[in-house]
Design a protein. Structure first.
Length: 358
């Protein structure tokens, strides 16, 4: 098993703190067609793609978004998914008891929320966006891209990340129904949750291991959970501690220059913290975060500039910064580790450079 993971084959695509195991597992399961690999240790969740797979998804993105019929079908799939899943979720989480059949349906809809969104990720889109500058067909096809990307991201947040998310409410019903703690249930795989209806539970020692660290990777269309001690060193190699820097570089998403006070949104995947952070933010602050999504629109409108750890040229931060005409640099890996709330930084989005001034 130890030879399964070759760290040098992978490239980091995104990550952040606060990801529960069940959500991590669902990502691994429904992104497995692109050989997603996930690590979790010290409350830090990190996702990787094989370098050759990243090259493939970038090429596939150009092919997919060059075809107007592909996009039409994609939008239709999303519309149908919203129509079916949201009323189902709303009804189910209000129940006092849930059947196995309803649980299977829950995971089916929750999984489709992820499998649809994968084509909205930057590793499908960045090259297509760059080519759209001199490709009329791509430019037309990507013109209203945010109109289905943003609802898709909002759906992911509703299902997985909101403080009152559907998956949390679903598991809280099952917690009472099966007299098992919610803290244990969020460390289950989806299949193991279904096994509760057959009176099978995950052993306590296995749950305890998952709560410390793990690697999730696809093998033969099945997600393997790797958590022997030897994998701890592999995680430390793949996710080294980032030494703070005073100058960092990233990808220019919207040009301009801004000097301002940092408002650090370090909530990771704990989206319930967002409202408090928005209230603390002053007009003109530089919004620094792992990545932005629709729930951060109010913060983006307050910002003098936006800097993100993650994201690509059609990420939410990139799109909204161009709409607001404010400087934005995305993919500044290490920015949230190198600066603190209240620091003064220069965002030079003409050169793709972020400098810590004081």
């Amino acid at each position: 098993m130890k030879s399964e993971v070759n760290p040098e084959k992978y490239v980091r695509v995104f990550g952040g703190p606060g990801m529960p195991f069940i959500t991590s597992y669902m990502f691994a399961k429904h992104y497995r067609t692109i050989d997603f690999l996930i690590t979790w240790k010290d409350n830090l969740w990190t996702a990787f793609l094989e370098k050759k797979m990243l090259e493939k998804t970038l090429k596939d993105g150009i092919k997919f978004y060059s075809n107007k019929e592909n996009i039409r079908r994609f939008r239709k799939d999303y519309e149908n998914h919203f129509k079916r899943s949201i009323p189902f979720f709303e009804d189910l989480v209000r129940r006092k008891r849930i059947t196995k059949a309803e649980s299977i349906e829950f995971f089916k809809h929750a999984g489709k929320t992820l499998s649809l969104y994968v084509k909205c990720e930057f590793f499908y889109l960045d090259r297509a966006f760059r080519e759209s500058k001199h490709n009329k067909k791509l430019k037309e096809n990507l013109l209203d891209f945010d109109k289905f990307k943003n609802p898709g991201k909002e759906q992911i947040i509703r299902v997985y990340f909101d403080s009152n998310s559907y998956i949390y409410r679903f598991l809280k019903v099952l917690s009472k129904q099966f007299k098992i703690s919610f803290e244990d249930l969020i460390a289950y795989r989806s299949e193991e949750i279904l096994d509760l209806f057959n009176k099978k539970r995950v052993l306590n020692w296995e749950l305890a291991k998952r709560k410390k660290f793990y690697i999730l990777m696809d093998r033969n269309m099945r997600v393997n959970i790797l958590y022997d001690n030897s994998y701890k060193k592999i995680i430390d190699f793949m996710v080294p501690k980032i030494e703070p820097k005073t100058v960092l570089r990233g990808t220019i998403a919207s040009r301009g220059r801004c000097v301002g006070k940092v408002k650090l949104f370090n909530h990771g995947y704990e989206f319930y913290k967002v409202d408090r952070l928005v209230q603390e933010m002053d007009k003109g602050d530089v919004l620094v975060t792992e990545t932005t999504s629709p729930e951060l629109v109010v913060a983006c409108k307050k910002a003098g500039a936006i800097v993100t750890n993650e994201g690509g040229l059609l990420s939410h931060a990139a799109i909204i910064s161009r709409e607001l005409n404010i400087p934005c640099i995305v993919g500044v890996h290490g920015i949230t580790s190198s600066i603190k709330d209240g620091d003064i930084i220069e965002v030079d989005a003409n050169k793709g450079i972020v400098r810590k001034l004081k």
